[in-house]
Design a protein around this ligand. Structure first.
Ligand code: F6R
Length: 603
């Protein structure tokens, strides 16, 4: 969804700016560019492609300058072309801007500016800001005033950064519904869409809020409200994430590294201060109506949570995809929405949060990124502590969120008297086995799964099936597969299969079935009847399960035996590995699949 970086320093900034957009590439990678201020004015270099390849053609690191802004793009308005990549310049070349978000009234503004004689070099919504500032500067002769006047004209969502030849030592930036973070360094200050942008240089961070702007120099800065111009005293937050953890550490891809990090991420989730989960369970108990809300993977995690609350606490909490929440939910002032999000910046999820707030309801969040909008806006936040997740495709963040939702379900069951302290303690003790078991799944099965992936990566259509709690796991497995392999993969409940999709089963459609352990008698039998139905139609079936049923499955990935409560935490890991190895065999861009971005900050 586009990433923004900026550096102002007493030293040359090109290396730090380049590293900044490299770190932000997960937010968009169809094109990128930089703008520097130096003695000859503003120099812009940009082109289509990944940051490294644009660096080869445009030599982004070789420009002299102590002030610069940069951008990685995920196209929304205008095709992927050099002209549409950011930064964008005003007609007179005195202003350059980068933007993340969508300016909803850009057409009207562009028409108006054209009437005033402005010529546009791109099809983007973003370019209007550069021309607007130029126009207001003509009147005010003050860059800050011109910037805020221009901001007053734009509608929609934005994080903007602007440099100007009239104020050569400064970056002007502002935020409205798109993330923007400042880094406070030593004789250098930074700007980024997140703090990963500059974490190698400073851990001191200021999170801008909606409706605020900042003026940043190398050794100073101030923040103000856009509307009133009133100064805002922003707290500095010290980030505890180690920049080293955001490196690949010898793994060929972040996705594989993050799959391997899952046991540790789960241990961190289990080690969180229990008070956060207790408070969440109390909020659920106090509310008349609750929702679990996320989108994409976090919607599937919410669905998994829905099952966990039903199974363990006899409490039905519907999961709603954040993008449909405002169309579907009817919250009141005694409703609670529990938001699940890795980034804490997803537009649809934040929009759903605003919706519940407007209804007077309360909100809780399970979120990975410190200081993110969701983490700061929710009434109660549980920071999941999974460490940076860099691959666009979510793995370790999702499985850790599942752990926290299980803890909350158990806590709720205890509060309502469904589970005694002893029973709850017993399940929790068993839970502590999950990370070790997942480690074994990774160590013992990776090579076998790689073999299967190589053998079957030519198959273009995949069905993922599960029943009960294994149904949302099948949905998430299919999502992993399609986003990273670009193959058609559909997740479905075993029961639903009979109601239409069975007609697609033939030798070209392969099915992966997530099979519960045999102790789950009914669920197991029902799952196996789906397998029979597929086999009867000549379908090929790979099982991921705990028991060896050789005659029915064409292939089986065997998982270690665990208690039936914990079993659902295992199948997602071989599913992630299978998706990874199929993508590897097809030579896909695994960490940055085409058309995707990690943090979807536009509607
Ligand atoms: C899929 C994936 C996305 C995100 C979704 C929500 O692997 O990562 O579907 O889950 O965009 O993002 P967050 O969790 O950051 O709100």
């Amino acid at each position: 969804m586009c990433g923004i970086a900026g550096v102002v320093s007493s030293q040359p900034v090109s290396d730090r700016l380049f590293r900044g957009i490299k770190n932000l590439e997960y937010r968009g990678y169809d094109s990128c560019g930089v703008a520097y201020l130096n003695s000859s004015g503003i120099v812009v270099r940009k082109n289509i492609g990944y940051v490294d390849s644009v660096n080869v053609t445009e030599r982004l690191c070789e420009i002299e300058g102590h002030v610069g802004i940069a951008h990685t793009r995920w196209a929304t308005h205008g095709r992927v072309t050099k002209a549409n990549s950011h930064p964008h310049m005003s007609c007179n070349g005195d202003f350059a801007v980068v933007h993340n978000g969508i300016i909803s009234n850009y057409r009207g503004l562009r028409d108006e500016l054209r009437m005033q004689g402005h010529e546009f070099a791109s099809d983007t919504d973003s370019e209007v800001l550069a021309h607007l500032v130029e126009e207001y500067y003509r009147v005010t002769e003050d860059v800050e005033k011109a910037f805020t006047e221009a901001l007053g004209r734009v509608e929609g969502s934005y994080a903007f950064a602007l440099i100007s030849t009239h104020e050569p030592g400064k970056i002007f930036c502002a935020r409205c519904k798109s993330p923007l973070v400042m880094g406070i360094g030593n004789k250098s200050n930074y700007l980024g869409s997140d703090f990963i942008t500059f974490l190698s240089y400073t851990r001191k961070v200021i999170f801008l809020d909606d409706g605020e702007y900042a003026v940043i120099c190398g050794d100073d800065y101030y923040t103000k409200k856009i509307e009133s111009g009133e100064l805002v005293d922003k707290p500095i937050t010290e980030i505890s994430w180690d920049p080293e953890t955001s490196k690949k550490n010898g793994y060929p891809h972040y996705m594989l590294k993050e799959i391997h990090e899952q046991p540790n991420a789960m241990v961190s989730a289990m080690g969180l201060d229990n008070q956060g989960v207790v408070e969440l369970a109390r909020m659920i108990l106090d509310a008349d109506q609750c929702f679990l809300v996320g989108v994409g993977t976090t919607y599937y995690v919410s669905l998994i949570g829905q099952y966990l609350f039903s199974i363990h606490a006899d409490h039905f909490i519907p999961a709603v995809s954040s993008d449909e929440f405002t169309n579907l939910a009817k919250p009141t002032n005694n409703s609670l929405a529990i938001f699940v999000s890795q980034s804490g910046e997803t537009y649809d999820t934040l929009n759903a949060l605003r919706f519940i707030k407007e209804a007077g309801g309360s909100s809780a969040a399970i979120v990975n990124v410190m200081g993110s909008s969701l983490a700061r806006m929710a009434d109660h936040t549980i920071m999941q502590g999974s460490g940076p997740e860099i691959c666009v495709v979510s793995t370790k963040a999702a499985t850790s969120q599942m752990i926290i939702l299980l803890q909350a379900a158990l806590e709720l069951a205890h509060l309502t008297g469904k589970l005694s302290r002893g029973e709850k303690g017993e399940i929790e003790r068993a839970m502590s086995e999950i990370p070790g078991r997942i480690n074994s799944v990774i160590n013992d099965n990776s090579e076998f799964i790689r073999g299967l992936a190589n053998k079957y990566s030519h198959i273009k259509n995949w069905l993922w099936l599960g029943r009960g709690l294994y149904y949302p796991l099948a949905l998430e497995s299919a999502l992993k597969m399609k986003e990273v392999t670009y193959l058609h993969a559909e997740g479905m409940s075993g029961g639903f299969l009979k109601h239409g999709t069975l007609s697609l089963i033939d030798e070209d459609m392969y099915t992966v079935v997530l099979v519960p352990p045999k102790e789950e008698e009914d669920l197991y039998q029902l799952t196996m009847s789906s397998v029979e139905e597929i086999k009867a139609r000549g379908g090929f079936v790979i099982g991921i399960g705990f028991d060896h049923d050789e005659d029915l499955f064409d292939e089986i990935i065997l998982l270690p035996k665990v208690s039936r409560f914990l079993a659902p935490f295992l199948p997602l890991v071989p599913a992630q590995l299978f998706a990874y190895f199929v993508a590897l065999s097809l030579d896909r861009e695994i960490d940055k699949p085409k058309s995707l971005a990690k943090s979807v900050t536009v509607p």
